[in-house]
Design a protein around this ligand. Structure first.
Ligand SMILES: [Zn+2]
Length: 246
């Protein structure tokens, strides 16, 4: 018999990316309370025999080890800013509304879909981390300090909302890497340079080419009206799938 406290909300990976994003939105995960969402993500990833899954607090890392030449690290944070109650997910006119839909549960759903591909031409490491929206050491910084080996790769993709554009740190060496250019070509656009400190910048500091690419308009983050266009969920899923299959 499973008690209520043991119940883990399922995130079935065969679901389409929009349904999966709704499921992720509906598991409340305000900073410091990412446990239930981390549990659901971990459980979903553990259904995939080709993944090695590790858990560090409320951070979950899953990786393939298929002997491919290149590795892509895809990164997303599990937490949302607090709101007066969780805003449940609903879809209206091609927009998925709900707390964290834009920042960045849509991106998390895209990451989850990439965990269940049938064929991989590149290795993938998926990093779902906690504590991004609050001050202090977040789960990604914890890995930088404790398990930097898990962050190694030929390209890091941070799935924060960019309106499905490719953003690179302004002046960063990561943006000049040929692998970044190749990814931007797959998306079909020139990379956009961004100012200031970004999560992608934490990878370029480690010497790993990095870019930001995810569904949703970043200006909608942290607002009660936030939504993610369902077409961008599908588009980002497609791009990531093509990159991982290549
Ligand atoms: Zn974010």
């Amino acid at each position: 018999v499973t008690g209520v406290s043991d119940f883990v909300m399922p995130l079935p990976l065969p679901l389409d990316v929009v349904s999966l994003a709704m499921g992720v939105v509906n598991i409340e995960s305000v900073s410091h309370d990412e446990g239930p969402l981390a549990d659901s993500v971990e459980q979903a990833l553990r259904t995939q025999a080709h993944l090695t899954v590790e858990r560090f607090g409320h951070t979950v890392v899953a990786r393939t080890d298929l002997g491919r030449a290149e590795r892509v690290v895809v990164v997303g944070h599990l937490d949302t800013v607090p709101e007066d109650g969780n805003l449940l997910a609903y879809v209206e006119m091609g927009k998925l509304f709900g707390l964290g839909a834009c920042d960045m549960k849509g991106g998390l759903a895209v990451m989850l879909k990439s965990a269940a591909l049938r064929d991989y031409g590149r290795e993938v490491t998926l990093v779902f981390y906690d504590g991004e929206e609050v001050a202090g050491l977040d789960g990604l910084a914890g890995l930088v300090q404790g398990r930097p080996d898990l962050l190694q790769g030929d390209l890091a993709i941070v799935m924060e909302p960019t309106d499905a554009r490719v953003e690179i740190a302004d002046g960063g060496a990561g943006g000049r890497a040929s692998v970044v250019t190749a990814f931007a070509e797959l998306v079909g656009m020139e990379p956009v340079a961004t100012q200031g400190r970004t999560t992608a910048g934490r990878f370029t500091e480690l010497g790993i080419p990095a870019l930001t690419f995810g569904p949703g308009d970043p200006r909608l983050a942290h607002t009660r009206q936030e939504f993610v266009p369902t077409a961008q969920l599908t588009e980002c899923e497609h791009v990531l799938r093509e990159w991982l299959r290549a």
